[in-house]
Design a protein around this ligand. Structure first.
Ligand code: FA5
Length: 342
């Protein structure tokens, strides 16, 4: 009776991924192994099928022998210092678990980057340029150009990290305002500035030491506070796919005047109260305001002729709202089971 070779090949394919070199040899190439048994069965095979049957057994034997010869993991094991890859999605030291799941090997973009792409796409359609912020900056861009002179008490609002040679890890993307005004001026200037920020924070479900912000600035003649509210509202409605009520509440930033906290009606409960809005019906989303004349002037824009607005929104908190994530720290702790959901 002829063996079902496709069944045998499938079994070999599984074994190649799960058995060690020794186990594979034992099962297939030993005296009592599968290949030897198949050769013994050859005498029962009808004469006209004998040569085809013999050929197939030899092919299988070569397949196993080649695999054993080329085994990378066995070669590595011969080395005295075996490298451990802590990022491997399977245990390379275990004989049993050698076959990585296909899903473990496929990369995907991080949920923060997925959301950032959507947001930048909206702003590009609204006519904004994009310029990424820096991850190391200086006192001038972090403070001086933003109307925080030396010794200004508001510098303490941004408790951040300094290097020994006096560079700063930016605590917000507003560090890019001066550069954006100079790069895209003269007005009209429309630009969004996404980037990483760092703060010396006690972390909790909505505070991280490292997070992303998206800054926006718009400068032209006769730009008003109402223009700012309409621009931010349009963007948020497009992004959250929902009509929103908005309100502003007082805030203080040295680089805007007047300044505000931009607040939206909770897109999940329509103001009836839920865990996302902490049962208040409203969500504080970002700081914003009319760019201070000193900031415009320091960026080479004549504040007598032009006015403009700016805002800074946290991408991590937006992503958490959009994706129903209850703790923003999950976005950075590298838990593969969490990330696989996106
Ligand atoms: C600022 O950082 C200002 N630069 C925003 C601004 C820009 C005002 C332009 C006026 C004009 P604030 O510290 O409030 O403001 O941060 C803005 C947003 O960043 C917050 O609403 C929040 O969404 C996010 N954010 C701030 N701190 C953290 C943190 N520790 N973890 C996660 N997100 C944060």
């Amino acid at each position: 009776m002829l063996k079902d070779f496709s069944q045998i090949l499938k079994e070999i394919d599984d074994d190649i991924h799960t058995l060690s070199q020794v186990e594979l040899k034992q099962k297939y190439l030993s005296k009592s192994g599968v290949i030897s048994k198949m050769f013994k069965e050859l005498k029962e095979v009808p004469d006209k099928e004998k040569s085809e049957y013999g050929l197939k057994i030899n092919q299988i034997k070569t397949l196993i022998e080649d695999n054993i010869k080329n085994r990378v993991e066995e070669k590595l094991e011969d080395k005295p210092l075996f490298k451990i890859d802590p990022t491997a999605p399977f245990d390379i030291n275990s004989k049993k678990d050698k076959k990585p799941h296909i899903l473990d090997l496929r990369g995907s973009s991080h949920p923060l980057m997925q959301e950032l792409e959507k947001i930048l796409d909206i702003f590009q359609r609204m006519g904004f340029n994009i310029l990424e912020s820096r991850q190391l900056d200086d006192d001038f861009h972090m403070f001086e150009s933003l109307n925080f002179p030396k010794g200004h008490p508001a510098r303490d609002m941004y408790d951040t990290f300094w290097t020994d040679d006096n560079f700063v890890l930016p605590a917000h993307t507003s560090t890019m305002q001066n550069r954006a005004l100079r790069k895209f001026g003269p007005p009209p200037i429309r630009v969004v500035l996404p980037g990483r920020c760092f703060r010396n924070e006690a972390t909790d479900a909505s505070h991280e030491h490292t997070f992303y912000q998206i800054e926006g600035i718009y400068v032209d003649k006769d730009i008003s506070f109402a223009n700012m509210l309409a621009t931010i509202k349009s963007y948020l409605e497009e992004y959250l796919e929902k009509e929103l009520e908005i309100r502003v509440q007082p805030a203080y930033f040295p680089f805007t005047e007047p300044d505000a906290e931009f607040v939206i009606s909770c897109p999940f409960c329509n103001k009836s109260g839920c865990s996302t809005c902490h049962y208040s019906g409203w969500i504080e989303l970002m700081g914003c305001g009319m760019i201070h004349p000193n900031v415009l002037n320091s960026g080479g824009i004549d504040s007598q002729i032009y006015s403009g607005f700016a805002w800074g929104v946290g991408l991590d908190r937006l992503t958490a709202i959009k994706r129903g994530i209850t703790d923003i720290r999950k976005l950075r702790d590298g838990d593969i089971n969490f990330l696989r959901q996106f």
